[in-house]
Design a protein around this ligand. Structure first.
Ligand code: BTN
Length: 263
């Protein structure tokens, strides 16, 4: 088994993301562990990665099933000098990083708002960013959590989500090295993060939209008791989904589960 702290640390030595790495056999949630480390001053680029999670967290207070021996569960600490309102740009950037990475392994990679990475329409990766900011003027730190279904077999995926989920191994027909994949993920993440700082959100948004197969389609977005429907126009600079409703009015949606409606 080459997926361990020693090998990963050797691959990431001297890099901006992952030079400071904490590898665990089991944690409650890599996001929670890293949040505590960041609060105690862990530097930009610190990574927590675990073989399994007992309380993996998904969006909208859901659980992220995290069995051992097959997938990637990781969190990355960032300390950007940005206002909290721009934090969603980091989440979308992370989605682009994963989409570009997985496209090295197979075709059919897409992004679904707010930030699911899919292959052939099945969810292969989820991203959960959590932020600390003492006021509205500046972010203290952001923890970007990434869960990728790598070698899990379809039949081992939680029954409640099996029909909507997939893994890289299912899509490629091959077992994938988690050591290689995670090392490449942190590299790709750093490239995209530097691009965001150097060139602004424009190129990241363009890349995100190029992977998004919802633009121009009719969608329904459900958030708690609210349902919004309309044609997808794109996303704005704050990560909100822009839709055009029946009357042609543009609406901003900031959270929810989107599904494309059949034409
Ligand atoms: C989603 O609901 O799509 C987001 C899922 C995010 C899961 C990852 S796994 C690593 C990190 N630690 C967590 O507890 N959650 C994120």
């Amino acid at each position: 088994m080459d997926f361990n702290e020693e090998n990963l640390a050797a691959r990431l030595s001297g890099k901006r993301i992952g030079n400071n790495i904490h590898f665990f056999t089991e944690v409650d949630s890599t996001n929670d562990v890293l949040f505590k480390l960041a609060r105690s001053g862990a530097p930009h680029g610190t990574v927590v990665i675990a073989e399994s999670q007992t309380k993996g967290k998904g969006r909208l207070s859901r659980q992220w099933s995290s069995p051992p021996g097959c997938n990637i569960y990781t969190s990355i600490a960032l300390r950007p000098s940005i206002e909290p309102v721009y934090a969603p740009q980091i989440t979308l950037m992370a989605g682009v990083a994963v989409a570009e990475l997985l496209s090295e392994y197979c075709t059919g990679v897409t992004l679904k708002w707010p930030n699911d990475v899919q292959i052939g329409g099945g969810k292969v990766c989820g991203i959960l960013a959590e932020m600390s900011a003492s006021d509205e003027s500046i972010v203290d730190f952001i923890v970007v959590g990434i869960g990728i279904n790598v070698n899990i077999r379809k039949m081992d995926i939680d029954e409640s989500i099996r029909d909507r989920a997939t893994s890289l191994a299912e899509e490629t027909g091959q077992n994938i090295s988690r050591l290689d994949l995670s090392a490449k993920l942190f590299d790709r993440f750093d490239v995209l993060y530097s691009r965001l700082l150097d060139s602004g959100f424009g190129p990241i948004k363009d890349a995100w939209l190029s992977y998004c197969d919802m633009v121009g389609k009719q969608v329904r977005v459900v958030f708690k008791n609210d349902i919004e429907s309309g044609k997808v126009l794109g996303v704005d600079d704050f990560g909100a989904l822009l839709i055009s409703d029946e009357g042609g009015k543009t609406k901003r949606i900031i959270a929810g589960d989107a599904s494309v409606l059949k034409e």
